[in-house]
Write a protein that binds this ligand. Structure first.
Ligand code: GRG
Length: 300
């Protein structure tokens, strides 16, 4: 599949996920709210130009098991809510202190710190409310498995733990294993959840789950490395946020350690390793393979 074709597929995912998130916000608002500043702030954060990579991974992983878009969209909305909450909190002055995200003022800049903290908290809990809804699956065991898995992926031994580690590492004293571990937690855990959620929705076998786990772990590393590369070589206007932040903040990244050229070559290797895990799915795995190559092209 060409870069344009995969972009078209991603665009259709963006449209579908935006619609589902809008429906979820509308339902909540109609049921519980009059005017609500939190509702407005959540929409400001979620309904915009995000790439929706995690929902795409979830939808495409579910497709491997013949689960259609309509059946996977609710879980896909849940992962996007968690991702957006993490970005809001990451942008706060106490963390990365960013003014711009997706080409717009960050939430705390547009509103204030308290609103940003609360909107993030509300999105975190809304994600679990969404997973507990029967539209996620009419099988309670599946809903419960998804909730447990996402709670772990987003928590102290997943994304939050990775963020904590990231805040405490500097680029000089940090060894490669620790950087990999930190990135696997901070970024990788949500990628892993996305693919595992597709497998859970599709009642996948142990072997199929393992294959998707291997793929998603590599994709998480690849995505983090391309994000770090974009920080070095990307254009603020295209990336939608300030670049060259990592070295200024003395952040521990592989790009700092290896240099841009070697990091680009390493990305190609990681993508190949990711794709190798998909062998078991034969041709059905092609879209996920194409996604790996699409991610590299962002920094090629
Ligand atoms: C605050 C609990 C907490 C966690 C923060 C997400 C995160 C953890 C930190 C963001 C820092 C960062 C730049 C990580 C690199 C990978 C990443 C998550 C990039 C942003 O994700 P994209 O590119 O964003 O998918 P869009 O805007 O497309 O949704």
């Amino acid at each position: 599949m060409s870069k344009e074709q995969i972009q078209l597929l991603l665009n259709s995912c963006v449209g579908a996920i935006n619609q589902r998130l809008t429906d979820i916000f509308d339902e909540q608002h109609q049921q519980y709210g009059q005017y609500s500043r939190i509702d407005e702030a959540m929409r400001y954060s979620c309904l915009n130009t995000g790439k929706r990579i995690r929902p795409f991974l979830l939808i495409q992983s579910a497709r491997l098991f013949n689960i259609g878009l309509n059946q996977s969209l609710h879980a896909a909305a849940a992962i996007e809510l968690i991702h957006n909450y993490s970005l809001i909190h990451d942008d706060l002055p106490a963390m990365d202190n960013d003014d711009m995200r997706r080409g717009k003022p960050t939430l705390h800049k547009k509103y204030d710190d308290a609103t940003a903290i609360l909107a993030g908290d509300a999105m975190l809990t809304l994600a679990f409310e969404t997973l507990s809804d029967k539209r996620t699956s009419d099988d309670a065991n599946i809903r419960c498995a998804l909730i447990a898995q996402l709670a772990h992926a987003a928590g102290a031994y997943g994304m939050v733990g990775g963020q904590m580690l990231d805040l405490s590492l500097d680029s000089i004293s940090t060894d490669d294993h620790l950087i990999t571990h930190m990135q696997r937690l901070k970024t990788g855990c949500l990628f892993e959840f996305s693919c595992q959620a597709g497998a859970i929705l599709g009642n996948a076998s142990h072997q199929e789950k393992q294959a998707l786990q291997g793929y998603s772990q590599q994709i998480g590393l690849l995505f983090q490395m391309t994000d770090d590369l974009l920080d070095h070589i990307g254009d603020t206007k295209i990336v939608g946020k300030k670049t060259n932040k990592d070295s200024k903040l003395k952040k521990a990244t592989f790009v700092d350690k290896m240099g841009v050229k070697q990091a680009q070559q390493h990305c190609a290797l990681i993508a190949e390793q990711a794709c190798a895990h998909l062998k078991i799915f034969n041709k059905k795995g092609n879209v996920l393979k194409d996604l790996a190559h699409f991610i590299i092209k962002r920094v090629a």
